[in-house]
Design a protein around this ligand. Structure first.
Ligand code: TMP
Length: 242
């Protein structure tokens, strides 16, 4: 896989002519709060860089100066109650900026973009968690994301009771305050988890569920296998087109 992106950069012109979606690879990590996503992302990015890939790590909501300001509004408990539609619109406002400033340019340069959450989070949290339904979320998605969809989505799955206990342990260790979403409680996170599992069923080729109740190293091995398979497929399809 060494030199993979050197070959991608060489084929960038060809892929543009063929109107391919993007020459880079877009990987997203998802899951309810407390599944250990941040630790797993660090391990995955280390692995990819050791293999010689150019990797752009980013997150949502956030990833840009404006997006981080929107994130602060969305996550602070001091924001209080937001209308679910306002919450959804803010998520997509941050996402639009993130796509324009970070994701699309990096993909166009042939980099691997690893995003801590993306549009499946809106389906799961706002569509299922806030009960907005999927049609409204998909409408925003068509306008904002269009064809910029992940090539691979890893969904870390954990029982919400266990996940919330982990998230609370993290807050105590870091002496941090609980965010607006972590404060939502068990039923909300059960709906979000059901949303993620429904996404995995509806897009089995792209969205892969990894059990997060295993040891950190085992979760990492499962993630790396999925990512390596996806990279190999991507390279094969680029070569075929080239
Ligand atoms: P995190 O970055 O620590 O995962 O926190 C982000 C929180 O925002 C998390 O609770 C999930 C939530 N969220 C949504 O509700 N909808 C979204 O579209 C995204 C990206 C995140």
């Amino acid at each position: 896989m060494q030199g993979f992106f050197a070959s991608l950069r060489m084929t960038a012109l060809t892929t543009t002519r063929l109107n391919m979606k993007h020459p880079g690879l877009f990987i997203t990590l998802e899951g309810i709060d407390g599944t250990g996503k941040s630790t797993q992302i660090r391990g995955l990015v280390r692995h990819l860089r050791e293999c010689g890939h150019r990797v752009r790590v980013t997150r949502e909501p956030g990833g840009t100066p404006a997006g981080e300001r929107i994130r602060a509004i969305l996550l602070a408990t001091s924001t209080g109650k937001l209308a679910p539609q306002a919450e959804l619109a803010l998520m997509y406002a941050a996402r639009a900026q993130h796509l324009a400033e970070v994701v699309r340019p990096a993909l166009a340069r042939g980099e691997i973009v690893v995003s801590d959450r993306y549009n499946d989070a809106s389906l799961a949290y706002q569509g299922y968690g806030r009960k907005l339904g999927t049609a409204g979320v998909r409408a925003f998605d068509r306008i904002v994301c269009g064809r910029t969809q992940p090539d691979l989505t890893i969904i870390l799955d954990l029982d919400p009771g266990q996940a919330l206990a982990r998230a609370q342990g993290r807050e105590t260790r870091r002496k941090s305050r609980r965010g607006r979403f972590e404060a939502q409680g068990l039923e909300f996170h059960q709906r979000v988890r059901a949303g993620y599992l429904a996404i995995a069923r509806s897009a089995p080729g792209r969205a892969k569920v990894v059990r997060a109740d295993q040891a950190v190293g085992e979760v990492q091995t499962a993630i790396r296998e999925l990512v390596d398979e996806c990279l190999a497929r991507h390279l094969k399809s680029i070569r075929k087109r080239g």
